[in-house]
Design a protein around this ligand. Structure first.
Ligand SMILES: [Zn+2]
Length: 172
């Protein structure tokens, strides 16, 4: 599902609609169909090919700043531990521990692997002798969109490809 500028409304997770919703939106003229699957659906009075790419008629302005959620936080940190750089099972860590008044904000929470999280425990960075890859910060929506492009989903229909611009290095 594309915004009126023909870019996906969201890259990660990729903005996808159940086909029923796409068909309904097409009938309500909220979207224009730009590509179709070979599959047809039938009702008693008509048949139509299922839309595979639809574009919104009205441009949706993205929020300038993304919501502070677990998912967005991991995306900001590209699912890598901000202490050791490892990837995999992520937890999140308060840089200044909550027990010392650290708050749950973009500027004080980072993605961390379980091992680093355990090691840091309720110590400050200095006490734990640990360093952040970079200070925690609040990203803007544009940045998260760009980072999301690095994580293409496993299943992509070929008719979608003209509208997706995945980072080339990750296609290898
Ligand atoms: Zn780590």
């Amino acid at each position: 599902m594309l915004n009126a500028d023909y870019r996906p409304l969201s890259y990660f997770p990729l903005s996808l609609w159940p086909w029923q919703e796409a068909v309904k939106a097409a009938f309500l003229d909220r979207v224009q169909i730009v590509a179709e699957y070979d599959v047809e659906v039938h009702s008693p009075s008509m048949a139509m090919r299922l839309p595979s790419v639809v574009v919104l008629r009205d441009y949706v302005k993205p929020a300038r700043f993304p919501a502070f959620t677990r998912f967005n936080l991991f995306l900001r940190d590209e699912f890598s531990c901000q202490y050791c750089g490892s990837r995999g099972e992520m937890t999140f860590d308060h840089v200044l521990p909550r027990s010392r008044g650290g708050r749950t904000t973009w500027e004080n929470v980072v993605a961390a692997c379980a091992r680093c999280n355990l090691r840091k425990a309720s110590l400050t960075l200095r006490q734990a002798g640990m360093k952040l890859a970079r200070p925690a910060y609040r990203p803007d929506a544009e940045e998260l969109q760009n980072k999301g492009r690095k994580f293409p989903p496993n299943l992509l229909h070929e008719s979608w490809m003209d509208f997706l611009y995945w980072d080339a290095e990750l296609e290898a």
